[in-house]
Design a protein around this ligand. Sequence first.
Ligand SMILES: NC(=O)c1ccc[n+]([C@@H]2O[C@H](COP(=O)([O-])OP(=O)(O)OC[C@H]3O[C@@H](n4cnc5c(N)ncnc54)[C@H](O)[C@@H]3O)[C@@H](O)[C@H]2O)c1
Length: 483
Amino acid sequence: MRQVRTLGLLGTGVIGGGWAARALHFGIDVIAADVKPQMEEWIRGAVANAEGALARLTFAPLPPPGKLSFTTDLAAMARQADFIQENIPEQLELKQRVLADVSRHAPPDVVIASSTSGLMPSDLQRDMVAPERLLVAHPFNPVYLLPLVELVGGRQTAEDTVAAAARFYTYIGMHPLRVRREVPGHLTDRLQEALWREILHMVNEDVATTGELDDSIVYGPGLRWAGMGTNLIYHLAGGETGMRHMLRQFGPCLKWPWTKLEAPELSDALIDKMVAGTQAQAAGRSIRELERLRDDYLVAIQQVLREYNIGAGATLRALEERLYESSAAAARAPLAAAAAGERPTGPLRLLETRVRPEWIDYHGHMTDARYLQVFGDATDALFRYAGIDDAYRRSGRGLYTVETRVTHKAAARLSEPLYVMTRVLEVDDKRVRLQHALHRARDEALVASAEQLYVHVRTDEGRAAPLDTAVRARLQELQAATR
Ligand SMILES: NC(=O)c1ccc[n+]([C@@H]2O[C@H](COP(=O)([O-])OP(=O)(O)OC[C@H]3O[C@@H](n4cnc5c(N)ncnc54)[C@H](O)[C@@H]3O)[C@@H](O)[C@H]2O)c1
């Protein structure tokens, strides 16, 4: 399976737009294909709308954003994409026909994934060329903020297809959940629909309004679910003996008529009650306004969960580690060449970045705090090369910043490409001093320079301690090389 540089989208509605925003943000080019030409404007708007919340998800260094193009020629998209994500309406015959058609144009090593909410991959791959490269990859709205993607193989799906898809989705910050065998609705929609069926019954029977039923989740179980699912939570609810006690105590209730398995008839009266109820909850706020509110709290929740390294927060941590590592990997070649060279090279180009929208102050310039972030990212790339990485930090050692002096020389504006040149000024057994210069790529002008002093510490004891000898030797090589 090939490395994914270009993602092809088949269908660019709500879900196609979400995939586009996520992929572009993490540096993947996107060719969006839809039968309706007017969807071009729609998808560009959807991507712009998603960017606000996405930009706040992480401060880790990002690659340059991918490029978005649009076509109504599905075959042209299929010929150019490295990976295709299908997001057309949920109709089996339509999906079968379009997937078969697209599979005739896409090279056989291109994975084709369907976003279907509940159709079975064995049915979808029936008429395809190279059906072994089809799988279901079911995301959740908003795709650009929710990391879950359910991966389901069909009877003809190759194991390699699922593995390649899992690698790609992980790369763009998602949590691929492998579903062991195909069932209608996969895992999550089966659970969500059970809940929704009960909601429809209770609204139908005037037991509660849509608002009261939402409150019954939001103030209680919903808060628990972000970190632990129903099973682990019930294990805790069972006291010392956990799930066993829980089943003994509440098991008999399962036989009582607490739930109904059949959905109620969707009568006009029920539809009216559901619509009126949710309109009352929206209280005059537009869908766009509510989406912004939802996106903001989804970002905030993931950042809190990251502190606990749990659920979607663990996925965010893994993504950030990957982003720092990718950024450091780009700097590794010049660092290694400089260290191995005979003559000093002077400062080394360690970081490429651009001014992101959330970095701008009221003058339209990059704001002060972001200079520290950019210099910090260059430092991170250099330290990783020297051996100070996650494993080193986990061993209870690290470098703390004790002094920073920044001098501003010129302004950097929105989207401006920038790069950082770094030299090692001084290394002794406990201290490292670096000098950074931030330049604008368009005219090479010096935007700011910084000198930073770091002290090596035993982080578990909170006191200065000598650098690891191998790390120190590498830093001294760089000091000689970057003179
Ligand atoms: N909306 C959700 O919450 C959600 C969540 C997860 C998965 N899904 C699944 O994603 C898929 C798309 O759902 P959506 O909500 O984005 O639908 P949507 O109606 O918003 O978008 C579908 C798009 O497909 C286009 N289209 C129709 N026929 C086409 C064809 N032959 N070729 C190319 N494009 C075509 C339409 O013009 C439209 O832009 C469905 O399978 C759905 O089950 C939806």
